[in-house]
Ligand binder design. Structure first.
Ligand SMILES: [Mg+2]
Length: 129
């Protein structure tokens, strides 16, 4: 039975800004990561409803159509996604959003703009025992 600690480490980036997903893919492509990107919350939920392995989710809060809070709430209702780590991507000055995201089951936060080094360090924390 596959465990989440086995390689590759599948990361799903959900962000409406294309360059965010591209930066993360570029930074992680030489590591043992496989990165997929969704630019829309509904698309991300469609993906998450499948049994595709997803070991960690990077989820933007500010998105049109469906924001990150709603995506988070809905994915936590999926039995197979209840404990998947979710790092919320927040803009500056959104500190009050943290409480709401935490109550919905967010695991961590990363404030934009973030350095690739910080991103990698934050992600590694979830794969280190
Ligand atoms: Mg956004």
């Amino acid at each position: 039975m596959p465990s989440s600690t086995e390689l590759p480490r599948n990361i799903l980036v959900v962000d409406d800004e294309p360059y965010i997903g591209r930066i993360i893919q570029l930074k992680l492509e030489s590591s043992p990561y496989h990165v997929d990107v969704c630019q829309d919350g509904a698309d991300a939920l469609d993906r998450l409803r499948t049994e595709d392995p997803v070991d960690l989710i990077l989820l933007d809060i500010m998105m049109p159509n469906m924001n990150g809070f709603e995506v988070l709430a809905r994915l936590r209702e999926m039995p197979h996604r209840k404990t998947t780590p979710v790092i919320m991507l927040t803009g500056k000055g959104q500190s009050t959003d943290r409480e709401q995201a935490e109550s919905l089951g967010a695991s961590d936060f990363l404030t934009k703009p973030f350095s690739p080094k910080k991103l990698l360090a934050r992600i590694e924390e979830f794969f280190t025992d």
